[in-house]
Design a protein around this ligand. Structure first.
Ligand SMILES: [Mg+2]
Length: 309
């Protein structure tokens, strides 16, 4: 955790670094692409890493797509990919529910990709899609049929991923289901914002999680980064030696922290959320939690790795 500039290593040290890992976990948004455009040079680096015999997994907190969609996006942007290599949070939640033999209904706050993963896992759910405040009402207290009419029977889990239709009625329902302590509360990730470079702030899933957690007065199970659950899921299909695993990411509090939590090497790229100023701030901080956010290495962009390989 020294935040060494990878390009500053000597040839010998670079070779030692490249030989030191055989598995690469890479984040997607802000590392491989921004929205629908590949970041220059990133596809070539992944191709080269594969040629060197490295196993690659795409580890993303984005819950809006299912694994098939991700494979299509990868191929379109010149990244080789199979479904098995995609570790996305909607899939992780669906897989988790399947693994515990969940038989009740779930209340889903999420988007189409999340719903599709639940379908594939055979998990029944309600709540998907727009759920605006009924016209003319300012509170749900005056709802015809009473508040109870809002709730479905047999809901055993509240699931939360990014939902463009997040609304007050959804908050009411989620918090009401969660008032039953036996109701599971599982969320894909806690990233507060999307990594976009403009003056507009786009709230991410984490902002929605904060709202639901506040009104339900409960903490969720988070399956996405930085929770080591992600790494456990990967190790079920491919044995992971933490010391020989490199995590690449653009966001310290999810990607680098996952690395710190799992004992991986970490490479921060500066094409997304975290800046070098952030890293300098954490270097000066005396808070041990801040120290966990400092990557082992950094590069301005992943593409710069190519000439070092
Ligand atoms: Mg990212």
């Amino acid at each position: 955790m020294n935040a060494t500039y990878l390009s500053s290593l000597s040839k010998e040290d670079l070779k030692r670094f490249v030989d030191s890992f055989d598995t690469v976990l890479t984040d997607c948004d802000g590392v491989l692409w921004v929205e629908n455009n590949a970041i220059e040079g990133s596809p070539e680096v992944l191709k080269k890493l594969r040629e060197l015999g490295k196993k690659v997994f795409y580890v993303t907190n984005n819950s809006t797509k299912d694994r098939k969609d991700y494979v299509s996006k990868c191929l379109k942007l010149n990244y080789q990919a199979t479904e098995e290599e995609i570790v996305s949070t909607a899939y992780l939640v669906a897989n988790y529910l399947k693994s515990i033999n969940f038989r009740k209904k779930a209340f889903l706050i999420g988007s189409a990709g999340f719903a599709k993963e639940l379908d594939l896992a055979g998990v029944k759910y309600v709540g998907f899609g727009p759920d605006p405040m009924p016209e003319g009402l300012t509170t749900l207290g005056s709802l015809e049929g009473g508040l109870e009419s809002l709730l479905e029977p047999d809901v055993g889990a509240v699931l939360l991923g990014f939902d463009p239709h997040f609304s007050y009625p959804k908050m009411v329902k989620a918090a009401s289901y969660l008032s039953d302590p036996n109701c599971l509360y599982i969320v894909t990730n806690t990233d507060e914002r999307f990594p976009v470079s403009s003056r507009l702030i786009y709230p991410g899933t984490g902002s929605m999680v904060a709202a639901i957690s506040a009104c339900a007065a409960r903490d969720p199970l988070v399956v996405g980064k930085p929770n080591p659950y992600v790494a456990e899921a990967v190790s079920k299909i491919h044995p992971l030696d933490p010391k020989r695993t490199l995590m690449i990411g653009d966001r310290a509090n999810s990607d680098v922290l996952l690395g710190a939590n799992c004992g991986f090497r970490t490479l921060l790229v500066l094409t997304g959320v975290t800046s070098l100023d952030d890293v300098d701030k954490w270097k000066k901080s005396s808070d041990p939690e801040d120290k966990k956010l400092i990557p082992d290495f950094y590069l301005n962009k992943l593409g710069d790795f190519l000439q070092l390989l």
